[in-house]
Design a protein around this ligand. Structure first.
Ligand SMILES: [Zn+2]
Length: 407
């Protein structure tokens, strides 16, 4: 079976996670793919493959070296994003893509003018959707590449490698993929999430993320006799939002620039609230965003009375770089392996968090590598077959370089 065939088979499983269920896994249907993967892992000779009650799959391919070697881990997530239809996925192959707009089976058009990255893939083959669903290459491309690697090792017992640890996780798309991850079951010395897009990009840095809840308390008075007394909480909330700098909104930031993003606003005369997320790669800038919000609250409290606006901040996640700073060799390994398979590696900080950042803070260094997918979470999603195949080569190269260290 080719890597592309593997990917298409996994994509047909509906594994959409559900942010509202409150259960773990968030949707039971993720078990169907997990159970298939356990079966396949066992067929590939990973005898200890199993799925736990929270739908985490763990397995180990034993070392065939006669000396101790560090264990490399590879992690991919099984769920797909709740943002768009994830059922009835019907993957289509475009052989020798010509680099122009893609017309899907249902008439939807993926325009190169909207997604200029596609031009890079002229002459390659793509897996795309039929226009009615997402594809799920995020992150089943990661799973397919790991499985392909294991199948290669089964067919090539002469290839030397240390122990390879594998984990397939649920609920990444709703931010809970690391919640029940168990490093003690993974038993790896370092790991990679195989959950990026283009293969030449790897990442060992994420945002620092915080949440802010702003509570506004008004003074409700009959509008007919309100002069000088009424404080309309909804209006104060709108004023608060308006006072925050425009240049710090997500629509005005890119690259290494962080943001303060209003996620939700609700209110009436007596009470209103605003919910924000704050993000920056640099922790001192994140702290600055706290101060900007606090100063805005102080300004409004001066105007409308002490206690009108109150803010509470909560930490969401921290930049993986902090946890990786004592393990530079892990990123270096990704870089070396990419070069060895003919790619020019780029280290690009992620504008978000990853399961790998949580896992790195658990003590298992875990940067991210790509898998050849793109336009995730919607009907324009695609996967470049050549890069998908090279993802498996990249994993093998990482294993090979790790085995060489042991000599
Ligand atoms: Zn993903």
């Amino acid at each position: 079976m080719s890597t592309a065939e593997r990917l298409m088979r996994y994509c047909r499983f509906d594994t959409q996670s559900d942010p509202s269920s409150g259960t773990h896994p968030s949707s039971k249907k993720q078990f169907q793919l997990a159970e298939l993967l356990v079966e396949e892992l066992k067929e590939l000779g990973l005898k200890d493959a199993s799925v736990d009650e929270n739908c985490y799959v763990y397995a180990h391919l034993e070392s065939n070296l006669d000396k101790p070697c560090r264990t490399a881990g590879f992690i991919a997530h099984m769920d797909t994003a709740p943002d768009f239809n994830g059922s009835g996925v019907n993957p289509q192959i475009i052989e020798n893509y010509d680099g122009t707009d893609i017309v899907h089976a249902n008439g939807l058009i993926t325009k190169v003018s909207d997604f200029p990255d596609l031009k890079r893939y002229a002459g390659k083959s793509l897996i795309v959707t039929d226009g009615t669903s997402l594809l799920g290459a995020d992150d089943k491309a990661g799973i397919a590449a790991v499985m392909e690697t294991l199948s290669y090792y089964r067919d090539h017992p002469e290839m030397k490698h240390g122990t390879i640890a594998v984990a397939f996780t649920p609920d990444e798309e709703i931010g809970e993929g690391a919640m029940f991850f168990d490093p003690a079951r993974m038993k790896a010395d370092f790991a990679f999430t195989v959950d990026g897009d283009r293969l030449d990009v790897y990442s060992d840095e994420t945002f620092n993320g915080d949440a802010a809840h702003v509570e506004v308390t008004g003074v409700a008075v009959h509008p007919g006799s309100a002069k000088g007394k009424l404080v309309n909480a909804a209006l104060v909330a709108a004023e608060f939002a308006g006072l925050l700098p425009d240049y710090l909104t997500p629509a005005h930031t890119e690259g290494r620039e962080g943001f303060i993003s209003l996620q939700k606003i609700q209110g009436e005369i007596s009470q209103a609230s605003l919910d924000y997320i704050l993000r920056d790669h640099d922790i001192s800038l994140l702290e600055k965003y706290h101060r900007i919000m606090e100063e805005t609250a102080a300004l409004l409290n001066g105007r409308y009375g002490e206690g009108t606006v109150k803010i509470t901040f909560q930490e969401t996640y921290r930049n993986m770089k902090e946890a990786l700073k004592d393990h530079p060799e892990v990123s270096l390994l990704a870089e070396k392996a990419l070069k060895a398979i003919g790619y020019e590696p780029m280290n690009v900080p992620i504008r978000g968090g990853t399961d790998g950042s949580h896992i790195s803070f658990m003590g298992l260094p875990c940067p991210n590598i790509g898998n050849g997918g793109g336009n995730f979470h919607g009907p324009h999603e695609y996967c470049v077959i050549e890069e998908l195949e090279d993802t498996s080569r990249l994993i093998r190269k990482i294993a090979e370089l790790t085995a060489e260290e042991a000599e």
